[in-house]
Write a protein that binds this ligand. Structure first.
Ligand code: THU
Length: 137
């Protein structure tokens, strides 16, 4: 897809970031993504006094994806509290992979990349398939 409006996605990510609940790290994060049907989903980080329970912004985004009608992620942006592009953490790259179209695009600190660039040789649903064969790799 060549008609991705990255400015619109970044604006949605900044709006989400402004709703972050990050009283412990004071590091607000917002994420936004374009879905296969054209809608935009977003999320912010939500921290917890039990620090390890913290939900990254991507968790809220994936919840928004399913709550608002499903589909798959086509293009993704994540920003910090200053609106600067932020790389999704390793756990969230895995989370995004499960809900992304093959080759989903991300705005990264090194330009537009694909999900396969940032999570090569990913583990995913097909690795759990009982009929898995070497041809699937
Ligand atoms: N954070 C995210 O929301 N997404 C990421 O991909 C990286 C980290 C949040 C979690 C925590 O609330 C704060 O950033 C500092 O780690």
């Amino acid at each position: 897809m060549t008609d991705i409006d990255w400015d619109v996605l970044r604006t949605a990510a900044v709006e989400a970031m402004e709703r972050a609940y990050a009283p412990y790290s004071r590091f607000k994060v917002g994420a936004a993504a374009l879905v296969t049907d054209g809608r935009i989903v977003s999320g912010c980080n939500v921290e917890n006094a039990s620090y390890g329970v913290t939900l990254c912004a991507e968790c809220g985004l994936v919840s928004d994806l399913h709550m608002s009608g499903g589909g798959s992620l086509v293009a993704f942006v994540c920003v910090d509290g200053e609106g600067r592009t932020l790389m999704p953490c390793g756990r969230c790259r895995q989370l995004l992979y499960e809900h992304a179209i093959p080759g989903m695009l991300l705005e990264t600190v090194s330009g537009i990349r694909t999900i396969d660039d940032v999570l090569p040789d990913a583990f995913g649903p097909r690795d759990l398939a009982p009929e898995r064969t070497t041809e699937m790799t």
